[in-house]
Each structure stands twice: as C-alpha cells, then as structure tokens.
Design a protein around this ligand. Structure first.
Ligand SMILES: [Zn+2]
Length: 690
C-alpha cells in the first residue's frame, strides 16, 4: 500500500567537505531507504540542505580572514556536488542561509514565543573580556562534568554525547583567546525541556518506540531518566538568524534550534517548485517522518526537536530516528583536524566512476549497531571478492555468452528442469527478503541479500555449464541462458537502491527498463525471448594492491604530519639562565673517522677533529647514518661534557643533532642554516644512551 514519507538526512555542517564517515552514517542508508520507497510506489520527500550557522563557521572564517558567508558558499557548493556525484537522490537540497529558512525559523520561534513556550531569563554567561564576546558552544572548551573529557564544548561533549550548557563546564577556557572567561549577565530565551519530560516519557518510553534501534532508545531513556533542564535557544552572536522578538537585538537563534527547522524550510522550497502542499509532508498524521542521523545528533532529534514540534502544536513527530554509530578509519577515529579521513572529492580522483564500490563497501560494513572500522583492505576485498568475482562475473558471463551464442537475442526456452524452477522461485522470493531488511533499517543485511541473489546466479551457471552443453544440447543451453537472463534482470532492478550507477548500466546492457520492484516477485518472465540485448561492458574492475597502497601511504603521511605538529607544539623545557648557557663549550669539528661499534645497532665510534684536539665520541646515530655518510661532515660538538665509557670506549663529548621538519635526524651543521623545528637534542647522542 502506498504511503507518504518525509525522509530527512542530517544537514551537513558547512565548514569542510564531507568524508566517508558522513556517507556511511547518514547519506547512503537514507538514500537506499528513499530509493527503495520510491521503487515500491510510495510518495517520498527526501530532504536535506547545508547547515550554515553556528560558531565553528565563524571561527574558521576568522582564522582564514574571510567572511562566514565566504566559508559557507565555498563548502555548500563542494558538499552539494559530492551528493550529486555519489548518487544521493535528495528531492531538495537547500541551505539555512536561504531566505525561506530565515523566515520559517523566525516564524517558528515567534509562534512558541506567542504561546509562552519559552522562559525568558537574565543569567550569567561565560564572557571573554579580551575578545569582548560571550562564549557559548564551540567558543568555549572545558572538562565535561559527566565523563571528565577535557575537550568538551560549551553545548556538547563529543566523548559521552551529553548535551551541556556552557556554564556546566569545569575549568572553562575561551577558544578565541585561551583566557579563563568571566561571568556577565545577559538575557536569553530557554526552551523548558523539563516541561516536556512527561510527554517525551509517554511518547518514547511508553509509546511504541521500543522498535527504535537499541542505541537510540537507550540513550534517550537515560537522558530522560536523568531529568531534563531548560536549554537556551538564543545566543549573543552576530552570525545566524536574528531573534525576531522585542529585546532580541544583537542575538541570534541557537544553531541547533534553527537547523532542524531546515528540514521544514527545505520541504517548503521543494513543494513550491513542484506544485505540492508542504503541509501534507509535515502536518498529516498519515505521513511517516524518518530522521537519518549519526549518533552525536540523537539528543537534538529525539528530545529537543520533538519538544519544539510538540510545543508548536501543528506538526507530526518522527516515526523513527535510525541513528548510526561512528565509522572509524583504519582503527582510528575519523578526524577533520588531523586529516584522518577519506574525503569524497579525493576518492573520486583516485577511483573515478567507482561510486558504487564505496557505497557498497560502506553499506556492507555499516556502523549500524556499533562503531565499525573502514579499512582499505576490506574495501579492496569487497570489490574484488564480491562485486567483481560474484556480481560482475555473473553478469559478464550471461551477456558475453548471449552475444556469442545468439548474437545478443534472448533464446526461447524449452521445458524447465526442477533446478530451473527452484532457481526461478528463489529469485521471486528476494524482493520480500530485501524489503524486510530495508524496512527494519538493516541495510548491511539487505546488501548481503542482494549479493546472495548474484551468488545464486553464479552457482546456477557453474552447475548448469551452458558452455559445455552448447556443443551437445542446443535446447538445454537455450533454457539455461534464458533462466540466467531472468536472474540478471532481477539484479538490475533490486540493485538500484544500493548500486544505482551499476543498475543503470546493467539496464542499459540488457536494454530493459520496464520492471519494478514488485515485478521481480510477480512476473514469470522479466525479460522475454527474442529481446535484443546490448554488448558486454565490465560493471566492476579489480582493484590492485598498488592502488590500496597509495591510500595507505596517504594516511601514513597524515600520521607523520600530526606527529611532527604535535612535537612542534610541545612546550619548551624549563628556563635556564645565560650563565647556565655559558657553561657549554661548543666547538665546530670535522668527523675524520667513523666505524660501527661491534655488536650494537645504534652506536657509531667517531674520531672528531675539534680544532683543539682529536677525540673519540660515541654517538647513537647508526640507525640514521652509515659510517661513510658522516666522514668529512662538519658538526657542532659539546666538548666539555664529562667523559663516559660506553661498551669499553670512552666518549669525550657530544655531537649536536636535531630533527628537520619531516622528523629526519640531522646534524646541527655550522655551515648551513637548518630550520630547526625542535630544540637541539643531545638525547640522540650516544652519551645519553645507557
Ligand atoms: Zn562527556
């Protein structure tokens, strides 16, 4: 039965491009769901847009010396293009700086204000005297009072997911100046979540929401059980949607108040363009509202936004909020600041036209019930062992043999064998199996069922061996190829939500676009005899180890850069006096002999001409330099260090070393100016190695 659905996908925040974590957590599952519902004849509005307000954008703009509008214009375009490139079929993709959104959000606020749904209160808020600015949200960091994470933000702790008020933070620190903030009075409007506690308890805990994913239900339950508190929905900022009531001058709506309203304004924009009534999608009890989000947004979509909708009074509430857990990358948390990510624009440069491979790998390994790890090896295996070896191989054999034996004209079958009948009956069962998984938001399971259908086809061909019967039994060969072509047709239809580019390509090869989802289970013949199909074309190609290595090298480079940066920002050592410094007798010397210390890995025994004498120095640099590398090098020597015996050789000084910006050990060379990223390190010298 056809139904109306409003499907929203979390509004991506426009301070950077999007990466595989976003795709896996929100956009691919939401797209699979939307495509499936359209294929099965439902009325779908799949809604998204860029989230363009809030503090991080203003911080980034300040850092880059541009306006916040410049930042959001840039990333809105990049993000929107990524969604198009990866086949995400939003019916509308808007942005929260659009006029229709400002109007909608202000109207929403005004309605709650007029209904006395806010508490207006002058409170003391954190203030940065030097920056002359109130500190909320990302402008302030401190220790989370719930879990002790020292890098919690003023509105949320990303470690435990708690939603916070800035004044809750222990040891708060301004993100602008690093100063300890003071307190200053200011007026704000608060949404009294405590007032909605009974409704939330009734709706989520006692209602029918037990079919929500356990991770979502569990988090929401624990917040409600802890007790909810009023939450400020306005901010003292100059970037955002102006507060539209008296006394709101110089204040804007809190970004998490305006962002979810973005789903509504984006729907309005779409409805106006398509000649539809937007209210059908937001105010009709028969419409199913589903929010696809990542787990860090659960509180906003299950507590705050429903409370806003309930307070407003004319809106429906979400039917489900299938939040995903996080995707990690090669065992580490995805991180924009550490560049530990696979950015979608970069992926398409390295793997052009292979969007479906990433969609498939992310779905087959989706973080549906726990955090999951994306590895490049798994990506390669999903492609080579499943898409190429099973799906692609089956289609390729069917298409190539049909062209070879029958010039691409589908042959007329004779009587079916039991195997043929069982196989065709099994194919007919797939739409229901895959539907059932998708409708329960189990997209991994659904993608594996699709692959099982391709497996069925592969096994059928391997068992029936038309390439053998072709010489001996013409009628049997025709029947087998006919059955195989029915399976290929079913794959063309059922793969669409998961592998949309492949599905289109396959429909093109089969020259067939007539079948719907239901037809696969109801029609006896999906593609008829005498129908002409096209030439073969590879659907997938093998990904080589060398291609995977390039990706791993990129990550390794990120890791190195992070370590170098961390080192560069390590605090300097304790202060010393000039007198301390004058105690060092530094001389320029030349290494005249060098050999490895027997039975050690690290030590070189050097003879150094210091200008005053020639002395022996044992240095722990053998892992970085061979003896012949260093002979003749001019170096800086600390000559008055107390002598020390190492492996029976007395070392009479220390050669100064440091690391260059890439972390490579280099001599402090008196002849060239080396840019020293870190302090001089005697630690690397043999004298310090015990
Ligand atoms: Zn926390």
């Amino acid at each position: 039965m056809s139904k109306r659905y409003t499907i929203t996908a979390a509004l991506p925040y426009t301070n950077g491009p999007i990466h595989i974590g976003h795709l896996a957590g929100v956009y691919v599952p939401a797209d699979i769901y939307s495509r499936y519902l359209r294929l099965t004849g439902n009325d779908v509005a799949f809604i998204c847009g860029s989230d363009e307000h809030g503090v991080p954008i203003t911080i980034k703009a300040k850092k880059e010396g541009v306006t916040p509008q410049d930042i959001v214009d840039k990333y809105h375009a990049i993000i929107k293009q990524s969604f198009i490139d990866f086949g995400i079929t939003f019916d509308n993709y808007s942005r929260t700086t659009a006029k229709i959104h400002h109007d909608t959000a202000q109207e929403f606020f005004k309605t709650l204000y007029d209904k006395n749904e806010f508490v207006e209160e002058v409170t003391e808020q954190l203030y940065d005297e030097e920056a002359n600015q109130f500190l909320a949200d990302r402008f302030v960091t401190g220790t989370c009072p719930k879990c002790g994470n020292e890098e919690a933000y003023g509105d949320q702790c990303e470690s435990c997911g708690s939603s916070l008020n800035a004044t809750d933070l222990i040891n708060p620190k301004s993100a602008i100046t690093g100063n300890v903030p003071s307190l200053k009075e200011t007026k704000h409007w608060f949404l009294p979540l405590n007032k909605h506690e009974d409704f939330l308890r009734e709706w989520i805990l006692k209602g029918h929401k037990k079919d929500w994913k356990p991770n979502v239900y569990g988090q929401v339950k624990s917040w409600i059980d802890d007790g909810l508190r009023p939450r400020a929905v306005t901010r003292d900022l100059d970037w955002g949607i102006p507060v539209p009531v008296e006394g709101g001058e110089g204040k804007v709506l809190y970004v998490w108040f305006d962002a979810p309203i973005g789903y509504i304004s984006s729907t309005k924009e779409w409805a106006a363009r398509e000649g539809k009534n937007w209210e059908d999608y937001w105010k009709d009890e028969d419409t199913k509202l589903v929010h696809f989000i990542g787990k860090d947004n659960i509180v906003f979509h299950c507590i705050i936004f429903p409370s806003m909708l309930k307070a407003e009074g004319s809106y429906i509430l979400p039917e489900n909020v299938p939040a995903n857990e996080f995707l990690n990358l090669e065992g580490q948390k995805l991180s924009t600041s550490k560049n530990w990510a696979v950015w979608l624009p970069d992926y398409l440069i390295d793997f052009p036209n292979q969007q479906d491979v990433l969609r498939y790998a992310l779905t087959a390994n989706a973080p549906e019930s726990k955090d999951n790890d994306f590895t490049w090896k798994d990506f390669q295996a999903r492609n080579n062992n499943e898409l190429v070896a099973i799906f692609g191989n089956f289609i390729n054999r069917v298409v190539v043999l049909t062209n070879k034996y029958y010039d691409g004209i589908i042959p007329t079958p004779s009587d079916y064998s039991t195997i043929d009948e069982e196989t065709l009956a099994a194919v007919k069962a797939y739409p229901a199996v895959i539907s059932s998984s998708i409708e329960r938001y189990r997209f991994r399971e659904a993608s594996q069922e699709l692959m099982n259908l391709a497996r069925l086809g592969n096994k059928y061909l391997a068992d029936e061996e038309p390439w053998k019967t072709f010489k001996t039994d013409e009628a049997r060969t025709k029947t087998v190829m006919f059955v195989a072509l029915q399976i290929a047709s079913a794959l063309a239809v059922l793969s669409e939500p998961f592998l949309p580019f492949t599905s289109t390509k396959l429909k093109g090869i089969l020259n067939s676009n007539d079948n719907g989802w239901e037809d696969v289970s109801t029609k006896d013949i999906l593609i008829p005899a005498s129908h002409q199909i096209g030439k073969g074309e590879l659907l997938f190609s093998k990904i080589e180890d060398s291609e995977i290595q390039i990706q791993l090298d990129k990550l390794e480079a990120s890791k190195k850069a992070n370590e170098a940066e961390k080192k560069a920002t390590e605090p300097q050592k304790d202060e010393i006096t000039f007198e301390d410094f004058t105690k060092l007798d530094l001389r320029v010397g030349t290494i005249i002999e060098a050999e490895k210390m027997p039975k050690t890995k690290k030590l070189l025994v050097l003879k150094v001409d210091t200008g005053i004498d020639t002395r022996t120095i044992v240095s722990g640099i053998a892992e970085s330099f061979s003896p012949e590398d260093v002979i003749g090098k001019r170096v800086t020597v600390l000559v008055n260090l107390a002598p020390r015996a190492l492996r029976g050789v007395e070392s009479q000084g220390m050669i100064l070393m440091t690391e260059d910006e890439t972390g490579k050990l280099v001599f402090v060379n008196p002849d060239t100016s080396t840019a020293l990223s870190t302090g001089i390190e005697g630690v690397k010298n043999g004298l310090q190695i015990s």
